[in-house]
Design a protein around this ligand. Structure first.
Ligand code: NCD
Length: 311
């Protein structure tokens, strides 16, 4: 079994062999994608629905590509945010989707726990594509694959996750995955953007980039998620960039060959300077996007096999 349940709802609770096996399988899909071949027999006759209650470019497109490369029928449903009671909407949607006999349901929702709720109500295997500030498991898997391919391992590396950790489901999933796989994780940001439970998650907390980035192998930047901020947690974008934005000067505190990552979408000049984001040697941001397709193919592959066994 490659995931703890027949769904993929979170990284928390997954064991290193399960994570390692998913990454190994994704590795084979990187090669398949680079060869230009597809494997359309694998999900032939299966239906994948992308149900996105929040905006997305990379995640939705890569799930669509992943599904199509494996032969699934893919349907995209974008549900605009509305003020209606979210619980009721979700359950209505679940009933509708169930009646359509969908096999794989990819869900993004502004509320933490929404995919888990749907998973209880539908027959499909549910994949969390980002829920509120909770988790974004396939993003952590693709980040891990990017790091593992570049560094050959995850164990013993020091990874700094920087900026708006408080609102980031990407940060949470990465913290669970990287600590489980033996990396040391630091979070760096202003006290207002570091969650109170950070040290309980087994990470080291820093409030300044100079000491936090000292000798790290990987610098992972996060988007400043203004849409999730109810009050002004940061003074201004310019001020934020001055103290927490990654520019060449701050990157120099990390190891000389440290890699720069960002899950996208990027706010250039807010959390990251353009020359660092586009640095052809240090930045692996485009590679993260490529790994995203391979990781999602691996996840769809594994979950559909598990579903077949349960048939
Ligand atoms: C992230 C998300 O939606 O959680 N984006 C992504 O999936 N690549 C990060 C973000 O929105 O900043």
């Amino acid at each position: 079994m490659l995931t703890p349940t027949r769904h993929l709802l979170q990284i928390e609770g997954m064991h290193p062999p399960e994570i390692g096996a998913l990454l190994d399988l994704a590795e084979s899909y990187v090669l398949l994608n680079r060869s230009g071949k597809t494997q359309r027999d694998l999900l032939r006759g299966r239906t994948l629905i992308n149900l996105f209650f929040e905006d997305s470019t990379r995640t939705r497109t890569s799930f669509e590509l992943a599904g199509k490369r494996l032969g699934a029928d893919v349907i995209n449903m974008s549900v605009a945010n509305s003020s209606v009671n979210k619980g009721e909407t979700l359950l209505d949607t679940a009933a509708t989707l169930n009646a359509m006999h969908c096999d794989l349901l990819v869900v993004r929702h502004a509320q933490s726990g929404a995919p888990a709720l749907l998973a209880q109500k539908v027959d499909a295997a549910v994949i969390n594509a980002g829920d509120g500030t909770h988790e974004h498991p396939t993003q952590a898997l693709l980040d891990a694959l990017t790091i593992r391919r570049r560094r050959g391992r995850l164990e013993g590396l020091t990874v700094a996750i920087c900026g708006d950790v408080l609102h980031s489901r990407v940060a949470r999933s990465n913290i669970h995955l990287l600590t489980a796989m033996g990396s040391r994780v630091r979070v760096i940001g202003p006290p207002t953007l570091i969650p109170a439970e950070a040290s309980r998650l087994g990470v080291d907390v820093f409030h300044d980039m100079k000491s936090g980035l000292q000798d790290v192998d990987i610098v992972m930047m996060l988007r400043l998620q203004k849409e999730r901020m109810s009050s002004g947690l940061v003074p201004s974008s310019r001020e934020f960039f001055r103290f927490w934005g990654l520019d060449a000067e701050k990157l120099a505190f990390a190891k000389p060959d440290a890699l720069v990552m960002h899950p996208g979408p990027m706010n250039r000049g807010v959390e990251i300077a353009s020359d660092v984001a586009d640095d052809p040697i240090r930045s692996v941001i485009k590679e993260q996007v490529e790994m995203g397709v391979a990781v999602r193919m691996a996840v769809l592959d594994v979950l559909s096999r598990q579903a077949k066994r349960n048939d």
